[in-house]
Design a binder for this molecule. Sequence first.
Ligand code: ZN
Length: 321
Amino acid sequence: MKLKSKSLIFFSTLFGSCVLAMSTPNAIAQHAASSGAHFSGQAAYNLTAQLLQIAPKRFNGSPGHEKAEEFIKQHFTAEAAKGNFETDTFTAKTPAGLQTMHNYIVKYPGKKDGIIVLASHYETNYPLRDIEFYGANDGAATTSLLIEIGNVLRTHPPEGYSVWLVFDDGEEAVKEWTFNNGTDNTYGTRHLAAKWSNDSMLSKIKAFIVVDMVGDKDLNIDHDDNSTPWLLDLLQTAAKNTGHSSQVFKYHEPEEDDHIPFAKRGVPVLDFIDAHYGPSTDATPDGYHHTAQDTLDKVSAKSLAITGHVFLESVKQLQSK
Ligand code: ZN
């Protein structure tokens, strides 16, 4: 995501036309609620540690980037065998030239027509390739969180809408995240939003939910002013239902992240993000964000458990919409 110290834009007008048909709650919600109990923050944390060991630096075009892709793929061989693992390869035109990128889409078919998408970027920041930048929280923890969500969905498939996991590439700027409507950012999700717009998949998406930076030991999920208002309400309800109200909405601010390309195309979006990561100092106004301090010791299994439970409760709430 963009450095919060520079994020000033609002997209509030984009959401005026987002309407989702309401239907009566049903047994689906109950089933999804029980699924939440199976999510393990410790398992997500262990996966984060493994990913960081295998691929500490995952910037575009690096050996670590490829290793991270292998790491993702090897966790979804069961879905691949069923034809529910899609590799979306594309070429991105970046300030550093053409780069080949990959989004990975893992599909858990449901019984209702419609899709809930959960997304995280997996690469690390390209401009930081020459420092020891590992992105423990910025990429590794949320990639691992999605893998663990996949473990839950594999044994507890959705009975309502389908749930798709998206491991997207190229979220970070290659040179510099330019202000509003810049093209040096969110390469993977911009590509995917355009692709799904062309093949009419976009109209099936009930919500596009992004997770970013939510492994932070000192967890507080922001009220992102660029997210769709009814999804922010839903997040608040999900936090309340899981006993985590104190971990949400301490900060209200607009975030530029992987949800924006979908927001711009009228899809309801939600950014699960904790943009307040570590102490803000003169030298590092954004705390540990995009510094060599973004390491595993700043991430906790407890935070990943809270995020995972609130996340799955949000999916449960969505299933009854
Ligand atoms: Zn980042």
